[in-house]
Design a protein around this ligand. Structure first.
Ligand code: SF4
Length: 323
């Protein structure tokens, strides 16, 4: 058994742009462009970046909820990109997702028992009595009560609904959970309760998380390592401690400089990024961050920097750093 549960190699997701009189392909949007990373068993890898940077598309592509354009995804040694639809359906038992908006992802016409039972029915697991027992157990695992099984999604608060979303993801005893902005829609006071629950579940059930979020303080709270995405690519990846204490990529530095610090005496240089995120349909040449980077040079405009380890597993894609 390898240390890595998930290995993502050169993942790409391109969307064609059609137009013209004949409606042919006139370009592509490179939503995910050559993304590679690994996640160890029992680890939490955070993926952060601004809206539209490709982090959610990465999560969905590796689960094949949307089909990747190219690349390889090895899950527990199996190349999931090569599986047939039926094989992939069986594999999903081990790779589940928790969505950002629990209300939109729970069928409003079904009670919680039916919602939680459904994955077991789809995979042909257990008798009716066993499935109902598992629902009761799972409600307690996520901090709800067995009487909640008879209620409907609209009868719960946002935090409770996300607990139900987590319970549904856990019904099949998965190894990996892709958590796609799981607390972004919740009040700040509720966010930490759900994050603490996820950490407890990880410890008790040996789960591995890919945790996707735009909020750096949320990602820091839960992640062992963090990857920072910009325009469909990972530009920096290292341990959570390193990223927050010694960020290297100018984009990471700018993102971190905007995060409020609890220490009123802490002095932090605020980096204000110029301009908007360029369109992924027409990304800048060379380093795609060069249009907003205060350190951009001619080399940056012409040559795409390699994503390389500059020491101790700290990966960065920037010409300012050499291994
Ligand atoms: Fe800035 Fe150049 Fe580094 Fe890109 S490669 S982040 S433009 S210094």
């Amino acid at each position: 058994m390898t240390e890595e549960l998930l290995v993502v190699k050169n993942l790409k997701k391109y969307y064609p742009i059609t137009g013209g009189i004949l409606g042919g392909e006139v370009g592509v949007v490179k939503a995910v462009d050559d993304v590679s990373f690994t996640v160890k068993r029992g680890e939490t890898l955070g993926l952060v970046g601004e809206s539209g940077c490709g982090k959610s598309t990465t999560g969905r592509s590796l689960l094949r909820l949307i089909e990747p354009t190219a690349g390889e995804v090895l899950f527990d040694g199996v190349n999931v990109t090569a599986l047939s639809a039926d094989e992939m359906r069986k594999m999903r038992r081990h790779m589940q997702i928790v969505f950002q908006d629990p209300f939109a992802s729970l069928n409003p016409r079904h009670n919680i028992e039916k919602i939680l039972e459904e994955p077991l029915i789809v995979h042909g697991i257990g008798t009716s009595a066993e499935r109902k027992r598992k629902v009761q157990e799972m409600l307690e695992v996520v901090g709800l009560s067995s009487y909640h099984a008879r209620r409907y999604p609209h009868q719960f608060s946002g935090g409770q609904r996300q607990r139900i979303g987590i319970a549904r993801a856990l019904m099949l005893n998965p190894k990996l959970i892709v958590a796609d902005e799981p607390v972004s829609a919740l009040d700040v006071s509720i966010q930490s309760q759900v994050l603490n629950l996820m950490q407890d579940l990880q410890r008790d059930l040996g789960l591995t998380y890919l945790f996707i979020a735009h909020d750096l303080s949320v990602v820091r709270h839960i992640s062992d390592r963090v990857g920072v995405m910009y325009l469909g690519r990972i530009v920096e990846l290292t341990t959570s401690t390193q990223l927050y204490s010694n960020p290297l990529h100018p984009y990471t530095k700018a993102l971190l400089s905007a995060v409020p610090t609890p220490d009123p005496d802490a002095v932090r240089e605020r980096v204000i990024l110029q301009g908007d995120v360029p369109s992924p349909a027409n990304p800048p040449s060379g380093c795609t961050f060069h249009t907003r980077c205060p350190h951009a040079t001619e080399e940056c405009r012409a040559v795409r920097p390699a994503f390389q380890d500059v020491g101790d597993g700290h990966f960065v894609a920037c010409h300012l750093y050499k291994p």
